[in-house]
Design a protein around this ligand. Structure first.
Ligand code: 6GU
Length: 245
């Protein structure tokens, strides 16, 4: 997979050199390129923003600078293929594990990271005539720019690429996995720590009881913390015991 990130803060993306994403890059699974938007500014001060039409606070990113940047980044694609453009914004489509899986199936993603009050709306309108565009949001809070969102999305997507996560089973048994539940609590040695015992069933060696206990815990947690997820469970996936929890 190829990923391009356009930003006025390329250094913000440096964590992508580390850890799992860094390994994916070294292994050649991920071709990640970070670009400085100011390279496409045309004035002496490398200006990328201007005051908003209609008035109001803050500054808006210029469509001409963004347009030139995207033309160059997208134009460098092999054999005329187009990427999927991702624009992080608090007014976007919520980013979920389902969307992460969808993006992991794409051959090429381009992030346009806005700052200030956002990018002139014509940038997305124009890009959408040539390529699929998704405006996406991490959640209902406001960040200063799209860079942190790009970090989050790249990490969530990169770990789904074949060969990036060592044990594919750790992709299945986790929160927001296929069963739609939050993850159950986990424990390791020592069996007693600061007066707190590991639940006895986990030491029992009884695999059936362990599986049942984990499911109960997952159901309880999900009901308490994320009632919205419980409401979305497929009733056909629940057994009689589930309904007691
Ligand atoms: Cl994707 N961008 C910005 N600027 N703020 C956010 C966000 C994205 N998601 C939540 N808040």
């Amino acid at each position: 997979m190829r990923i391009d990130v356009v930003t006025i803060f390329p250094d913000y993306l440096s964590p992508l050199d580390l850890s799992l994403v860094g390994k994916a890059r070294e292994a050649g699974v991920l071709d990640l390129r970070v670009h400085d938007l100011r390279d496409w500014a045309t004035d002496r001060h490398r200006t990328v923003d201007d005051t908003p039409y209609g008035g109001g606070a803050g500054m808006v990113m210029k469509p001409d600078v963004w347009g030139a940047a995207l033309d160059d980044v997208v134009g460098s694609g092999a054999d005329g293929r187009m990427p999927r453009l991702l624009v992080p914004t608090p007014s976007g489509r919520p980013f979920t594990q389902d969307l992460a899986h969808e993006l992991a199936a794409e051959p090429w993603l381009v992030f346009a990271c806005g700052r200030y009050e956002g990018i002139d709306a014509r940038l997305v309108e124009d890009a959408a005539t040539r390529m699929p565009v998704t405006e996406l949001s991490l959640g209902d809070y406001v960040l200063n720019g799209g860079e942190v969102a790009a970090l989050v999305v790249v990490e969530a997507v990169a770990r789904l690429l074949p060969g990036v996560v060592g044990n594919p089973e750790s992709l299945v048994e986790e929160s927001h996995g296929a069963d739609g539940l939050l993850e159950y609590p986990v424990y390791t040695k020592p069996p007693t720590w600061r007066g707190l015992d590991v639940p006895e069933v986990l030491l029992s060696g009884h695999h059936g009881n362990v599986a049942r206990w984990r499911r109960d815990q997952a159901l309880r947690r999900t009901a308490e913390r994320r009632p919205d997820l419980v409401a979305r469970l497929d009733p056909a996936t629940l057994d009689a015991r589930d309904r007691e929890v």
